[in-house]
Design a protein around this ligand. Sequence first.
Ligand code: SF4
Ligand code: SF4
Length: 279
Amino acid sequence: MQLKEFKIKWGMVVDIDKCTGCGACMVSCQVENNIAPMTAEDPHNNLQSMTTKRDDPSNKLRTLTWLNVYELNNGEAFPNRDTAYLPRPCMQCGHPACVPVCPVVATEKNEEGGIVSQIYPRCIGCRYCMAACPYHARYFNWWDPLWPDGMDKTLSPDTSVRPRGVVEKCNFCHTRYLKAKDRAREEGIDPMELPEGYYVPACVEVCPTGAITFGDLNNPEHKVHELSKNPNSFRLLEKLGLAPQVYYMSKREWVRKQGDNHAAGDHNSAVKQASQGHE
Ligand code: SF4
Ligand code: SF4
């Protein structure tokens, strides 16, 4: 499939060697995007259950988080054990597997920045997109969202609350992008050439170790442009050819191998392919 190229390509480079797995990015994402704190025991009694245990993130029936932090390890026993953490938002793929399967065009690749959108009022809840996404980045609302008493007053006025029956996912905090463009117009800045840091998603802003760098992959003045070409950078499941706009980097080879999920012996070619440009 021909990759559509847009002038701006918003993307992330996550330095896995800096990520401590603290989960601040997940929390900030939920607050920013009005995601209810759903838990395993009883979604309609979540004030009580939210203080007990967090749900298994792979349980699609019970959990709703746009950004998940996964724990990786090198498979060795102590004292050679090594651990890493991998935050996984929507990859905003260049060839998004989720888009062509939607029968009602409720999700599409935005030509301003390449962010893959989700249009909630159009979604009929068929979940074809969830089945198509190899990164498990999409979530279905099995229930209407419910917040513990009083917490509903903290909801962000900028982001709509999704009803039961629709799919949702990370959109790089798109409302922040819209606001940044409005602010740029007021300040006489070209909204199509935002300076680095003018627009960043909530997870990037809150990360205490600065593990996530965000910017325009096409803009040489933005750090992500160079970082994405670093020999230690890679993309998840590179071989599927979905051309994610989220990159990872690690100096540890076992991390790169796991993230790339490649067959033994061909890691270098995958990394080389990734570093040759933003396919
Ligand atoms: S669940 Fe919604 S967005 Fe996904 S394919 Fe069906 S209609 Fe489209
Ligand atoms: S990560 Fe999944 S949901 Fe996001 S653009 Fe790619 S295929 Fe679509």
